[in-house]
Design a protein around this ligand. Structure first.
Ligand code: NDP
Length: 321
């Protein structure tokens, strides 16, 4: 038997129940993995609350790292003892089964803890900067929540790409942290005139906004764009956008909008290898360093969620198994 965080009814922190279960043996094409570290992500809050409408019961969590404890029939490329990591639902568990084609073997130079801090968040930055809107050296972007888990990785990766990143964050301390990690500027978006500040810093608008905050920043983000600019809305930390009308893109100069999800960018084995490989390269070169702001024992998962939702965290939070 091993422990897992099972959501029987979606809701607040009380929905996080830790239960014993028997994971069993891996079936054909599967691995059994013992997690050593689990990454906390804002998407876990959306699933816990029921925003993404998953059938219950389910094991929460989307990212983990550990080692292989058993290999199912027909699986090639893995053996017992391999250090591995993944982005896949069902991560909040001491031990789990998983389809082998969702798992990557960790290279030297990337520890299990680092992997749990970067797999989901870092691959998100990869697709945002290289695929969603392929930003070019010398260009400027606006990146919200720049001191968060995704945010601090984005600040570093932007610097490595010679991209000017104007970050936003909720406190002066968080802004300073974003600057320390490579943001060119950082604006406190709890101030009334953050849009004006961004327009001034960018010389009259940016070509792209990466917005994970959602409802509270949506309109301001559109106002920060140049004509033909790209609004990449990829998260809902402040709540899902409920007030959008296509005419808002027209009136600001024929803007484009995308609502991407990482899962589409790593759907096939080849895509996963390419995106994860790119991430491991920038980590191994030292251009991007995982930032772990908080470590908690697995049993304190509710406290981890509380801190994330209360905007108390910086960088990644890790659950230690
Ligand atoms: P973060 O560590 O960035 O935490 C979220 C941050 O959002 C907070 O720290 C806070 O920073 C900011 N925020 C702004 N308004 C609110 C609010 N009302 N309530 C809570 N937080 C708020 O989380 P992650 O790094 O895990 O994820 C960042 C975002 O990216 C999330 O929205 C997530 O869903 C999204 N995401 C989307 C993916 C995709 O493929 N679509 C993949 C990965 C992540 P501050 O105090 O500075 O405002």
């Amino acid at each position: 038997m091993s422990k897992a965080v099972i959501i029987r009814q979606t809701g607040g922190l009380e929905a996080l129940t830790i239960e014993d279960r028997d994971v069993g043996m891996p079936g054909p094409g599967e691995l059994r993995i013992r997690n050593t570290h689990i990454g906390l992500n804002y998407i876990d809050v959306y699933f816990r609350e029921g925003l993404y409408g998953t059938d219950t019961p389910f094991v929460l969590g989307a990212e983990g790292a550990g080692h292989v404890t058993d290999v199912g029939e027909g699986v090639t490329g893995f053996k017992v003892g391999d250090r591995v990591a993944y982005v896949n639902n069902g991560a909040y568990a001491e031990e789990r089964l998983i389809a082998a084609d969702k798992v990557v073997v960790l290279p030297d130079g990337v520890s299990n803890e680092d992997a749990a801090a970067i797999m989901l968040k870092g691959m998100t930055v990869q697709y945002l900067f290289k695929q969603s809107y392929a930003i070019q050296p010398g260009q400027t972007c606006l990146f919200h929540a720049a001191a968060g888990g995704v945010g601090l990785l984005a600040c570093q990766w932007a610097k490595a790409l010679n991209v000017r990143l104007i970050g936003t964050a909720g406190t002066a301390e968080k802004c300073q942290l974003a600057l320390d990690h490579g943001a060119t500027h950082c604006v406190n978006y709890r101030s009334d005139d953050w849009v004006e500040q961004v327009r001034e810093l960018s010389g009259d608008g940016v070509p792209v906004v990466y917005d994970s905050v959602g409802q509270s920043t949506m309109e301001g983000s559109l106002d920060c764009l140049k004509p033909f600019g790209f609004f990449i809305t990829y998260g809902n930390a402040s709540g899902p956008i409920s007030t959008f009308a296509p005419a808002m893109l027209a009136s600001r100069g024929s803007l484009y909008m995308q609502r991407p999800t990482l899962f589409a960018y790593i759907a096939s084995r080849a895509q996963l290898n390419r995106v994860a490989g790119d991430l491991f390269n920038v980590v191994r070169s030292g251009d991007v360093k995982p930032v772990i702001g908080r470590r908690l024992p697995f049993a304190e998962v509710a406290e981890a969620h509380r801190g994330l939702e209360a905007r108390e965290t910086i960088g990644s939070t890790i659950l230690e198994v």
